[in-house]
Design a protein around this ligand. Structure first.
Ligand code: GLN
Length: 454
């Protein structure tokens, strides 16, 4: 913990930790030491971790990287961070992210962007988003692991951009209670770590049934680490042809083929598969996610949390709402709220929101069909490119940024587990990631397969 706290203080230029909690960390580290010497310590006991700013942490600023939650200190702890705390993990502080987890580059954060520790010619690159602070902190050895959340790729894309491992569990595996909601039918928490083994250990501590989240699954949690046997003989791995998108860099295509070869060499069977509705996933996601966000973000009204605008004489409650939300929300969040209210409005509900929900069912059915045909896991690239330069995309058409999520959003729409892990470097020396998608509730099998690719 002391070494991590020193590393954090020496890495302010990465802007990964946005609230540091050194005193709390040292106190918890001492308690963990005591537990370890008593011989009753779970695997996470004493492990210094970072917590994404989206998680409510008791008495510690939790702002979802938004101006509207400025000064918000929850009186409660999210279930997932509470489980980690109870397992003895030591929180070092809160990690940067895109505002309300909306973004793919960490540039929508009210704290300014986090920076990727990987560089090309000294140029600053994005660590990805929205869990960019988590990815940067793990990659730069500021903590041993971090929490992330993934609504459309926000664990997997930053993992790929920083050469780290990130798993989004099956929807319902980790409780969403106490995590600031973005799109409730898609949001999942998960670990971001250096290795697949670490991800297995940390995931174990994060998941489990929680009566406070009605979508949390009441299922036993397997011992994930014990499943990393290296034996994947007989597994059928699908390669979906629809993920061979136009303009894919040859290096990504080559690493994808190399990943398939590694799995074949380990005794898996590689099968060409089709997920025909893949091309509709991005448009469906960018209707459903903003729709749910516009509803979830209605609670930030200047009364219940954080920021309230200064009012002029004669201003009523409507002006209070309007001014507070105009000041408190950044441009991307405002865009999402506007898109969301539009697609949910009486005149357009059927044309957009209902249509997107139908597309979502078809996407899920594509996966159900290949799994019913005996496919155990699906191998794809994690992202369509390596980390891009800060500022490079932020001023472009927002749809350019949304295209980053082309390989990740299908997994959230279908509620499946997906893991991103380092696959190799591109010609510039930047990390590239592969993604494995698994059957629902089979995170253990997914981790086992991913472990073979390490
Ligand atoms: N980049 C996607 C978005 O902006 C995904 C975000 C996420 O997974 N939280 O919506």
């Amino acid at each position: 913990t002391e070494a991590c706290l020193r590393a954090i203080d020496g890495a302010d230029q990465l802007n990964a930790f946005v609230h540091k909690t050194p005193d709390l960390a040292l106190e918890r580290a001492k308690a963990a030491d005591a537990r370890i010497s008593e011989g009753d310590a779970p695997a996470m006991c004493g492990i210094p971790v970072g917590i994404k700013d989206l998680f409510c942490t008791e008495g510690v600023a939790s702002q979802a990287a938004s101006g509207i939650l400025k000064g918000f200190r929850p009186e409660y702890e999210s279930t997932v961070s509470g489980q980690l705390r109870d397992a003895g993990a030591v929180m070092l502080g809160k990690l940067n992210m895109d505002e309300f987890a909306m973004g793919s580059s960490n540039e929508t954060s009210v704290y300014g962007n986090a920076v990727n520790p990987w560089k090309v010619d000294g140029r600053d690159l994005t660590p990805g988003g929205s869990s960019g602070g988590s990815a940067a902190a793990v990659a730069a050895d500021l903590c041993l692991a971090a929490t992330g959340t993934d609504t459309g790729g926000s664990i997997r894309q930053p993992a790929a951009f920083t050469g780290t491992v990130g798993i989004k569990p099956t929807y319902g595996r980790c409780s969403r209670w106490g995590i600031v909601a973005f799109a409730s039918s898609l949001d999942q928490a998960g670990p971001m770590t250096k290795t697949v083994r670490d991800a297995a250990i940390m995931l174990q501590a994060m998941c489990g049934h929680d009566p406070k989240d009605s979508t949390s699954a009441d299922l036993p949690v397997p011992d994930f680490e014990s499943m990393l046997t290296g034996d994947i003989r007989g597994k059928k791995i699908g390669i979906p042809r629809e993920y061979q998108i136009d303009g894919m860099p040859t290096e990504i295509a080559a690493l994808w083929a190399q990943g398939a070869d590694m799995l074949r060499d380990a005794g898996a069977e590689i099968v060409d598969i089709s997920l025909p509705h893949t091309k509709y996933a991005l448009p469906a996601y960018y209707v459903i996610a903003p729709a749910e966000a516009s509803s979830n973000l209605a609670r930030y009204d200047g009364v219940r949390y954080g920021h309230r605008a200064k009012l002029a004489a004669g201003d009523g409650i409507t002006q209070m709402y309007e001014k507070t939300r105009a000041e408190g929300f950044g441009a991307e969040v405002q865009r999402r709220v506007m898109i969301g209210t539009y697609v949910l409005s009486a005149g357009f509900y059927d044309a957009y929101y209902n249509r997107a929900r139908k597309v979502r069912s078809l996407i899920k059915r594509d996966f159900d069909t290949v799994f019913a045909d005996g496919i155990d896991a699906i191998l794809t690239p994690a992202t369509p490119s390596a980390a891009f330069g800060l500022g490079e995309m932020a001023n472009a058409d927002p749809v350019q940024m949304y295209l980053n999520d082309v390989f990740t959003v299908t997994v959230n729409l279908a509620g499946l587990p997906g893991i991103a892990l380092p696959a190799g470097l591109d010609a510039q020396g930047l990390p590239l990631g592969l993604q494995l998608i698994g059957r629902p509730w089979e995170e253990g099998e997914l981790l086992k397969t991913a472990h073979v690719l390490e």
